[in-house]
Design a protein around this ligand. Structure first.
Ligand code: NAG
Ligand code: NAG
Length: 148
């Protein structure tokens, strides 16, 4: 019984892919993005807590490296945001080993801390992953609503 409940809550919170924004036509879009506790944007995130995500994508190119760049914006303004150290090397957070072949499907998991000066605002978090020679591998943006 406990197992069944656990399984159900796991399915309810973890397996539903959320629709995320595209970064633009020049950027390959992920095949799925899962944000636990969020099935529609904006995703509620308490101030000063970690926002977790899993992104499944097919590498657009063969690459030895995956560099992850996270940026945050509030409306038209870019917020100062340093990509957390533990996220920068995408190869360290995927369910496969680099190098990747073109078309290889992988899932990257990570957590990014979220903080903002005011509660109730919606911050757009953009995740861009580039490969060798700064080639675009995948990109998406998620709206995160800061809650108390
Ligand atoms: C991350 O992306 C932003 C916005 O596109 C860019 O200004 C910045 O130089 C990038 N940082 C790195 C380390 O690539
Ligand atoms: C959110 O957390 C940051 C960092 O601790 C803090 O500076 C900021 O005031 C907090 N925001 C609110 C609305 O409490």
């Amino acid at each position: 019984m406990v197992k069944a409940i656990f399984l159900l809550s796991f399915l309810a919170t973890a397996v539903i892919a959320v629709e995320v924004h595209r970064c633009g036509d020049a950027y390959p879009h992920p095949t799925a993005v899962v944000i636990p506790g969020c099935n529609a944007m904006p995703c509620p995130v308490p101030n000063n807590s970690d926002f977790s995500f899993a992104v499944e994508f097919e590498s657009s190119i063969a690459t030895n490296s995956l560099a992850v760049n996270v940026t945050a914006s509030l409306g038209p303004f870019n917020l100062p945001y340093d990509t957390p150290e533990h996220l920068r090397d995408g190869c360290a957070n995927i369910d496969a080993n680099c190098p990747l072949t073109a078309g290889q499907r992988v899932t990257m998991r990570g957590t990014a801390p979220v903080e903002a000066p005011i509660i109730g605002v919606t911050v757009r978090m953009r995740f861009e992953i580039t490969g060798d020679s700064a080639q675009k591998v995948v990109c998406f943006a998620a709206d995160v609503r800061l809650v108390a």
